[in-house]
Design a protein. Structure first.
Length: 168
């Protein structure tokens, strides 16, 4: 299921306690059609039990419910392992071998890693062993630690190829 970026923005604003409808409305453009879409979105989120509305005088006040906070957390987690957000560049270097053993229950992590390795220009030697004469970006190493994947991955730099000459 594809999640609208607008849903993430609205839930994020509510999580930061920007409660007035006018503050949330800034997410949308101020045309008549956009405001109708906005109120339709809030109705949809309310119907799902993600937000609640109350009134303070003439002002509508929206609050994020616990289910909305859970939904926002899920959206952010899903984006973290989305291949669409990979921005590493391929840079030549000495031969590197990357071996990994990611548990089956962590399939999203494996999918993300394979997408990154392809984007960096690595090639598969075996299912969990990849190689390439590529530099490993520091941002990639940081992202591995941030995603809790560092313990599953080994990176080897090969200076003398020996029997691996055909890989280079």
């Amino acid at each position: 299921m594809r999640i609208s970026p607008t849903i993430e923005k609205v839930l994020g604003i509510l999580q930061r306690r920007a409660e007035e409808t006018s503050a949330i409305l800034d997410v949308m453009k101020h045309g008549r059609g956009e405001s109708q879409k906005f109120y339709s979105l809030l109705y949809h989120l309310k119907k799902q039990g993600l937000v609640e509305r109350s009134r303070k005088g003439n002002v509508s006040v929206w609050r994020l419910k616990p289910a909305g906070a859970d939904k926002l957390r899920d959206i952010k987690k899903r984006k973290m392992f989305s291949a669409a957000h990979i921005t590493y560049r391929e840079e030549p270097d000495t031969l590197k071998i990357i071996a990994f053993d990611i548990p089956a229950k962590e399939g999203r992590k494996r999918f993300w890693l394979l997408a990154v390795l392809r984007r960096l220009g690595f090639k598969m030697l075996q299912k969990s062993v990849w190689f390439g004469k590529k530099k490993i970006p520091e941002a990639f190493m940081h992202d591995l630690r941030e995603r809790g994947m560092a313990d599953y991955i080994q990176v080897f730099s090969i200076s003398k190829t020996g029997s691996l000459r055909e890989l280079s």
